[in-house]
Design a protein around this ligand. Structure first.
Ligand SMILES: [Zn+2]
Length: 418
């Protein structure tokens, strides 16, 4: 709490705003006329189409081209203009975050973790641009009613990690912004590191070394390049084939850390890659975080009974922690089958977010909502382009569904239990 910005209280305190206040008045930014900006926006879109490549019959704008376009758009004032249009006002940007580093997690997985400074920069940007950061439930209600205030944004966090509680929440509360956290309750109850995630982290910590773990690998493994991923896959497979329980998996991680001479006790004490305990989640809820659903064990089933039981178990746990209703859901790993929205609707879930990148509109299925996934690899110009809605106008790569969290009926479910 040493730095002064924790005292910062963004003018967009959602609880004290009215939609008619002058902060919602849409106006083109200084130095750029609306007509000029519109033409610039069309040029950006046309430029993207000219510069893009065709892949599998679809137009794809490469990351480099996008970076140039967004940077030019920002400099020319097009991004700001777009942010303040009526068109943008009919859209909701749902930001998606996973973790905020306690140590070096952002160097390990920049798609999952950002630094505290990066998070602060993002929220400062929303504050500077007078974005209306709304609680998710209110934002969705107003999206479908057509009463969103200008520049609407909702902030969501997946999984409910300890670093959210320790690092991200104080930053978010410093801006007086609401936040929704999708909590997966098994690892919260047991306060163990998530096995697959910790496994990848430990192997990354030891990159370049040679792993000697005879109980799993018949020969030593050099942890370089692809062999890191392959080693993680072999160890995961070993755990599944041997039906290891949660505590046995943790012992395997201890053994792996010993073999790699990593201070696993230190990592555990610092609670890296751990989830919030139920007490911490309750405390987060008391300080304003909206705790919602993410399945109990971070998994989904292709059978309706097992699927709904998994969500209901998660809901029971979340509601017992927060004493508030939990009706908003996030698909673990962004995994969703066509039947899932209906299965969720049947048990009273009113919204579900995905990892499909995009901006929500009135036409979006409330149980298949797109989000903007913010990562360490997303530049400031790209972030601004997404917040303004401009990035949604460009052709995008087809989303590839992650089927990792899906358990097929008939699979040996007990062997998969953490
Ligand atoms: Zn998740």
């Amino acid at each position: 709490m040493a730095s002064g910005w924790f005292e910062l209280n963004c003018a967009t305190d959602y609880a004290n705003r009215t939609p008619t206040s002058s902060q919602y008045t849409a106006a083109p930014p200084e130095g750029i006329g609306a007509g000029c900006a519109l033409w610039s926006m069309l040029v950006v879109r046309a430029g993207a189409r000219v510069a893009c490549r065709r892949r599998n019959g679809r137009l794809v704008v490469t990351k480099k081209i996008k970076a140039v376009l967004f940077s030019v758009s920002g400099g020319a004032g097009v991004t700001d203009w777009c942010l303040n249009t009526r068109w943008r006002q009919q859209r909701l940007v749902i930001l998606c975050y996973h973790g905020t580093s306690l140590a070096d997690e952002h160097l390990w997985d920049p798609d999952l973790y950002i630094t505290r400074d990066r998070l602060h920069d993002r929220l400062s940007y929303l504050c500077r641009k007078r974005c209306s950061v709304l609680p998710l439930a209110e934002a969705l209600e107003r999206l479908y009613q057509g009463t969103l205030p200008p520049r609407s944004v909702a902030i969501t966090y997946d999984d409910g990690t300890y670093d959210f509680y320790r690092v991200a929440l104080p930053v978010i509360r410093g801006f007086n912004y609401p936040v929704t956290v999708y909590l997966t309750t098994y690892y919260s109850d047991h306060n163990q590191p998530v096995f697959n995630v910790m496994l990848r982290y430990l192997l990354w910590k030891a990159r370049g070394q040679v792993l000697h773990l005879p109980e799993v690998f018949p020969a030593d493994v050099s942890l370089r390049g692809h062999s890191l991923t392959e080693a993680a896959a072999v160890i995961r497979q070993f755990a599944v084939q041997n039906g290891l329980s949660g505590s046995q998996k943790d012992l395997l991680l201890v053994r792996l850390a010993q073999a790699l001479e990593i201070d696993y006790d230190g990592i555990r004490q610092a609670r890296l890659l751990h989830l919030m305990t139920p007490e911490e989640a309750a405390d987060a809820a008391r300080s304003g975080a909206d705790i919602q659903l993410h399945t109990h064990r971070h998994r989904l089933y292709d059978s309706i009974r097992a699927f709904q039981a998994e969500v209901e178990e998660n809901r029971r746990r979340v509601e017992s922690i927060t004493a508030r209703p939990a009706n908003h859901f996030c698909y673990p790993g962004g995994c969703h089958l066509p039947e899932f929205p209906e299965w969720l609707r049947e048990i009273g879930v009113v919204s579900a977010t995905t990892t499909v990148t995009g901006v929500a509109t009135k036409a979006s299925d409330p149980l298949l909502l797109p989000r903007v996934i913010d990562t360490s690899n997303l530049s400031s110009a790209e972030f601004a382009a997404w917040v303004s809605g401009l990035a949604a106008l460009l052709p995008r790569r087809q989303h590839e569904l992650n089927m990792g969290p899906l358990v097929r009926v008939g699979a040996d479910v007990s062997a998969e239990l953490p």
